[in-house]
Design a protein around this ligand. Structure first.
Ligand SMILES: Cc1cc2nc3c(=O)[nH]c(=O)nc-3n(C[C@H](O)[C@H](O)[C@H](O)COP(=O)(O)OP(=O)(O)OC[C@H]3O[C@@H](n4cnc5c(N)ncnc54)[C@H](O)[C@@H]3O)c2cc1C
Length: 291
């Protein structure tokens, strides 16, 4: 189909983009990679009067690490994150997830900000940011606020971002020593969205027990969510296969999958458990020094 008519602007600077979003509140939509928005326009499920293309905004694709966190610009593509040297060295959870998003074309164009703002329940970044206890920086012409990932993803295609705000940055805490993360995803075919996926980020105490664990699930509820029951099972536990299985079962029990073309409810719940199990094994191995 052909989209309904819209105006298009490509502001040169962030301040211009924010001013336009404020002036045209409710009428304007941000255009980033276009990989989710353009299909919606073509299906006429979205009919904004104005598209604000953010590709020229300086610094929005930057990936920098500070002493405390990794800061990823909202316009950083999945590919740029996957290939980033710091991500490769210290953020295996992010690298796992970025490398499995869609196909090379999707990864070349799609952005982390677009993915998070769109909040598809099967998208990969929301579960990753939830597990890593990341946060999202939302900026408007009136100021900036930082929203924890666990409070950002509200429902299917619904987030805490306001129409006048731009998602300028995603922040992920820098993992300490003896930390490990991993992402496990099952899809119907290569390049597809997840049927079920699990993100795990954990750290080990000096005695080898699990000091802290974050578990995020994708595609098995109306939005990505923190598997808090699994986290409670893991915290303070000795990382054995038996503990992993109990945590995986707790994660699956907290899921609320819907039957669809990816499979029936029981299958998806079983896959939520299996993906959690796989991500846990790999995350612990990495915390012990594996790559
Ligand atoms: C064939 C195919 C396969 C895919 N497979 C996967 C997959 O396996 N896993 C996965 O996670 N995703 C997948 N995707 C989605 C893909 O990752 C998209 O890139 C992503 O969902 C949207 O990013 P975008 O930059 O293209 O955003 P756009 O399409 O430009 O925008 C999406 C929405 O976010 C808003 N938006 C965009 N950027 C910002 C911003 N900085 N601030 C505020 N609002 C903003 C837009 O207004 C729009 O509402 C797939 C897409 C396709 C077409």
């Amino acid at each position: 189909m052909i989209p309904a008519q819209f105006d298009y602007v490509r502001p040169p600077a962030l301040a211009d983009a924010l001013r336009i979003l404020k002036e045209r509140e409710g009428e304007a939509k941000v255009l980033s990679g276009g990989y989710s928005l353009l299909p919606l326009l073509k299906l006429r499920m979205a009919q904004p009067a104005l598209l604000v293309d953010i590709r020229d905004l300086d610094g929005l694709d930057r990936i920098v690490e500070t002493a405390e966190e990794l800061r990823i610009g909202g316009r950083a593509t999945h590919r740029a994150i996957h290939e980033d040297a710091t991500v490769t060295a210290r953020y295996p959870l992010l690298r796992d997830a970025a490398g499995g998003i869609g196909d090379p074309q999707v990864r070349n164009w799609g952005t982390i900000g677009g993915s998070c703002a769109h909040a598809d329940p099967s998208a990969d970044w929301p579960a990753v940011l939830i597990a890593a206890r990341g946060s999202l920086v939302c900026r408007s012409a009136d100021g900036e606020r930082t929203v924890p990932a666990r409070a950002f993803f509200l429902d299917t295609f619904q987030t805490a971002i306001e129409p006048t705000e731009l998602l300028t940055e995603v922040r992920v805490p820098r993992p300490g020593d003896r930390s490990g993360g991993a992402y496990a995803k099952i899809e119907r075919k290569a390049g597809d969205f997840a049927t079920a996926a699990a993100a795990v980020q954990l750290s080990l105490a000096d005695d080898g027990t699990i000091a802290e664990a974050g578990v995020g699930l994708a595609a098995v509820a109306e939005t990505a969510f923190a598997a808090t029951d699994a986290e409670a099972v893991l915290r303070g536990g000795t990382p054995t296969e038996e503990l992993f299985r109990r945590a995986a079962q707790a994660a699956a029990a907290q899921s609320r999958p819907a039957a669809d073309g990816h499979g029936p409810v029981d299958y998806k719940r079983a896959m939520a458990a299996e993906m959690t199990l796989r991500a846990l094994r790999r995350a612990v191995a990495r915390a012990r020094g594996a790559t």
